[in-house]
Design a protein around this ligand. Structure first.
Ligand SMILES: CC(C)(CNC(=O)c1ccc(Oc2ccccc2)cc1)c1ccc2c(N)nc(N)nc2n1
Length: 327
């Protein structure tokens, strides 16, 4: 195929793969079969191999992973990745609500989200292009794992709007990928991973992105770092904005007008968590109003306007349920 024709075909393939990838990995709603997707990807990789001058760093082909790195560079988060305070029972949730009301008054509503049991990462986009991804690290300094994150199909290489934004999310390994990986580990005589969180962290710490590419990781985006730049009034508007940009946002989040509804939501998901295709270790509760978030501010390392309601480890709940059933 001569160059001009190849250039047009490469562009067409990129657009198709980007659209198909978005529907399959972000919307969980495939437009084509895996075989058709893989066939188009192999055609793109072959054409880029014949015409190296056509390769660009935001081509979908980078998702199969490039060359291994000797080590990971350190990177400083422009906006710190803060941690969350914890609540372990309903009373501690009511205490959180009381402290919030003491500062902002009684007109407060909450946004509740599933707390995905994975690895917190930060993604930086310039003019809509994915330019850097990093681990949380100590909240200020993380490790540059851009090449590994590019292999996560749910991470857009190009946003639907050419905005410069820094977002945070939880990279995770779905339960079925975790089970399959551990079967392969046992067959290879290797040590199994203890849980999907360790498996996701271990995959993203690989210096060879071709290994990360085979681990079928995914991600849910849950915060805009430089939210100051956007004129968003509420947290749930922020989540809608992230979704409009093309990010995968968890759709189980719920707007809860009162702390009693927050408590109902935590009980609902403590019961339903086993049905989810990924592991969660709790619920994150955030004051929904950005203005109220600003007046609540932060402690040394956490927002006063958010907390995490922690669930007991999943296997413990399973054993307890078995005991209850047996008596
Ligand atoms: C609330 C926040 C801590 C994110 N927010 C931030 O990291 C953050 C960081 C600086 C901010 O503003 C500052 C800017 C400059 C200096 C200090 C703060 C605001 C928010 C958080 C942490 C973990 C989460 C998790 N595991 N799951 C979900 N679903 N949500 C989560 N949300």
């Amino acid at each position: 195929m001569e160059r001009q024709e190849a250039e047009i075909r490469v562009q067409t393939l990129r657009e198709k793969l980007e659209e198909y990838g978005y529907h399959y990995y972000v919307l969980d709603n495939p437009l084509v079969t895996d075989a058709e997707y893989d066939q188009l990807m192999q055609e793109l990789i072959a054409l880029e191999g014949e015409h190296p001058e056509l390769v660009s760093e935001d081509s979908p082909s980078v998702r199969v992973g490039g060359e291994p790195l000797p080590f990971f560079e350190k990177v400083e988060h422009q906006i710190p990745m803060l941690s969350l305070g914890n609540a372990f029972n309903d009373q501690e949730l009511r205490d959180f609500d009381r402290r919030v009301r003491e500062r902002v008054g009684d007109e407060v509503t909450y946004s509740c989200e599933l707390k995905i049991d994975g690895l917190a990462v930060s993604l930086t986009y310039e003019d809509g292009k994915f330019v850097r991804g990093a681990t949380r690290g100590d909240g200020t300094i993380g490790e540059d794992i851009t090449n590994n994150l590019k292999t996560i199909q749910a991470i857009p290489l190009r946003l639907k709007q050419p905005v410069s934004v820094e977002v945070r999310g939880e990279a995770y390994m779905p339960k079925n990928s975790f089970e399959a990986l551990n079967v392969a580990k046992v067959e290879a005589g290797e040590e199994k991973f203890a849980n999907p969180r360790n498996a996701a962290a271990g995959s993203l710490r690989q210096l060879d992105p071709k290994i990360a590419a085979k681990r079928h990781l995914s991600i849910f985006i849950y915060a805009i770092g430089n939210a100051e730049g956007q004129d968003l009034a509420s947290h749930h508007e922020g989540l809608a904005f992230l979704s409009e940009l093309g990010f995968k946002v968890n759709n189980e989040s719920k707007h809860c007008p009162t702390i009693e509804e927050v408590i109902d939501y935590t009980n609902e998901w403590l019961e339903k968590r086993a049905e989810l295709p990924y592991e969660i270790d709790g619920i994150v509760i955030k004051v929904d109003s950005i203005e109220q978030q600003k007046s609540l501010g932060f402690t040394a390392k956490s927002p006063r306007w958010a907390t995490a309601f922690k669930f007991p480890a999943e296997e413990v709940v399973t054993i307890l349920r078995d005991i209850e059933l047996s008596v």
